[in-house]
Design a protein around this ligand. Sequence first.
Ligand code: ADP
Length: 251
Amino acid sequence: MTPVISVHDLTKTYRVGEVDVRALRGVSLDVQPGEFVALTGPSGSGKSTFMHLAGCLDRPTSGAYLLNGRDVSSLGTRDLSRVRNREIGFVFQGFNLLPRTTALEQVELPMLYGPAVAAMERHARAIAALQAVGLGERLDHHPNQLSGGQQQRVAIARALVNKPVLLLADEPTGNLDTRTSIEVMGIFQKLNAEGLTIVLVTHEPDIAEYATRIVAFRDGRVRSDRPVAVRRSADTELRNYELQAAEEEVA
Ligand code: ADP
């Protein structure tokens, strides 16, 4: 199978004034279709830089990057943004929704930038994407009428509406409480079970265990790369959380 991400000896050096900051010092990594990878590591270890390169938001200083078999490491800005739009969905810690825009319009937006999609189909696809994340009843709500978890679900629907080959999520549960974090990880697990390839950055060890594989970064390199031995199931965790909450209420 062609890996979704295949990077070889990837480096990224930022020039800050007179100083070179070597954010990535030679990362080699394949992510196969259907994998769910959690990237962990201390602050400054290169996770965000890797996600930027993987997401075609920036170019490496050296090394190769094949996205779905295509060499994207030396594409120009315009080609890079085209690839990004068509192939990659992004979810961020801060949701990044537009304030005075309904859930439905937020999710329709990416279809205005990609290949032409007729208005009716845009509408239908956005509704389907919102239904898939359990927000079919909230199409006309603005972000300030939605909880944090609901806003993140709108962002996930927006990320998926162009049917990307890869979903990149940068600390997607960083602004969410425990229960809502489990729910969002449940959505990722469901999407992954349907075949979506996911790479997620997190500094929380328990969140990483919802993935199938954990890649730990340190000082711009991969320090360890291992399958998750005992994977967390969001369904089970949610049940346990609710049982515990009920017990606490009785006590
Ligand atoms: P992480 O996401 O693991 O916290 P980063 O990839 O953000 O790590 O950072 C890796 C290193 O690169 C850090 O030393 C950081 O200060 C530096 N760095 C990241 N982005 C930039 C940038 N745009 N300009 C200069 N230095 C940067």
